[in-house]
Design a protein around this ligand. Structure first.
Ligand SMILES: [Zn+2]
Ligand SMILES: [Zn+2]
Length: 370
């Protein structure tokens, strides 16, 4: 096994990545060093690469290692680490899924059971390239995981291609649909069929949704949404006007509108349309537009008068990651879970971003080793 730790440095929107070699971090007590096998390009990295919203001003002259939606196998266990977060024994070489941030466990939100809103979570991503553990992003060969980052062993029937999206896209969808209580008989609209969107179709059905309507404008995304459980597709190349898409949703829901609408497009401009698709008493789930610096139009009188609510979810709690892994294992033979990502070698990171940017592919996955 190579001990070279290749890492892709990001400097600013419009500037190409640079591949460098950094030390492999030794694990501290309670932590572990992961050999990254693959890391996806998540929507958040795409926003950064493009410079959407406030990201247009993000410049890091010394370079920063992006990448968080990833998986790997254990390279070295820190002192005192013998099990994962379910108590299953861990050994070098085991494949694991990990929480890419580290809730502190003792702040006001953590102690109230809202670790997803811990303000310390992302401290583990801060620090210089010349100070241990050197690498704080997954577009690299090795990554150190701190003691507060939940880790779970991956079942044998869940492939690396399936598990790689679990620690961001899938776990966030699991948490989000729980937050808006998608329940038996619900009618659900998914705005956007990228990684989060196709998982949202599958999880909504698994939670008992009667009807799932998926909206996108790219053939292969729409097809995958269908294969993941969407009952109806709205192709925005065919239904070009916003009001016609709202009418289409009303037509597919007995004239009432959707109980739940999920935004996973990543642009604030679609939110008003989604709100107009809601039924009385409906819940709107905002997850895609995670960056600040944009806004949307909203008629608060309609929200009040129709007893609707808006929820927003970023990241997730450890239990949602564990349930994501169980979902993958339970559905490994039933759903096309291997088809969410498209592979690229780390050296092709620039092309992977460019392809994902134009929507040519669903979700790029950088392969470090297998
Ligand atoms: Zn992500
Ligand atoms: Zn906390």
């Amino acid at each position: 096994m190579t001990e070279v730790n290749r890492a892709a440095l990001f400097f600013e929107p419009g500037k190409p990545f640079e591949l460098v070699s950094l030390p492999v971090p030794d694990p501290a007590p309670g932590g572990l060093t992961l050999r990254i096998t693959r890391a996806n390009i998540c929507g958040s990295e795409l926003h950064m690469w493009r410079g959407d919203g406030r990201f247009s001003k993000v410049i890091t002259p010394q370079g920063r290692i992006l990448g968080h939606e990833a998986t790997g196998m254990i390279h070295a266990l820190g002192e005192g680490v013998a099990t994962d977060w379910t108590g299953a024994p861990l050994a070098e070489g085991d494949r694991i899924a990990y929480q890419y941030f580290a809730p502190c466990g003792r702040c006001r939100n953590c102690t109230r059971g809202m670790s997803e809103a811990c303000r310390q979570s992302f401290n583990v991503q801060r620090g210089g390239l010349d100070e241990w553990p050197y690498v704080r992003g997954a577009f690299a060969d090795y990554l150190y995981l701190h003691p507060n980052q939940a880790v779970f062993k991956v079942p044998d029937n869940v492939t690396d291609t399936m598990i790689v999206s679990a620690n961001c896209a899938l776990a966030q969808v699991v948490m989000g649909l729980e937050r808006v209580d998608v329940a038996l008989g619900d009618r659900v609209v998914i705005q956007g069929c990228g990684g989060l969107g196709v998982y949202a179709c599958a999880i909504a059905k698994e939670r008992g949704a009667e009807t799932v309507i998926a909206i996108d404008g790219i053939d292969e995304r729409l097809q995958l949404a269908r294969a993941m459980g969407a009952d109806h597709l709205i192709d925005f190349r065919e239904v070009q006007e916003s009001r016609d898409r709202v009418t289409a949703v009303k037509d597919l829901t007995g004239g009432l509108g959707a109980d739940v609408v999920v935004e996973v497009v990543g642009f604030a401009s679609v939110i008003n349309e989604g709100l107009r698709m809601l039924a009385w008493g409906g819940r709107y789930l905002e997850m895609g537009t995670f960056y600040t610096g944009t806004s949307f139009e909203c008629d608060p009188g309609r929200l009040v008068g129709q007893n609707q609510r808006i929820e927003a979810v970023a990241s997730y709690d450890a239990a949602s990651l564990q349930r994501s892994i169980e979902f993958l294992s339970r559905n490994a033979d039933r759903l096309p879970l291997d088809e969410v990502v498209v592979d690229y070698p780390l050296e092709d990171i620039e092309r992977a971003f460019a392809d994902q940017d134009v929507g040519r592919i669903r979700r790029a996955s950088l392969v470090m080793c297998s």
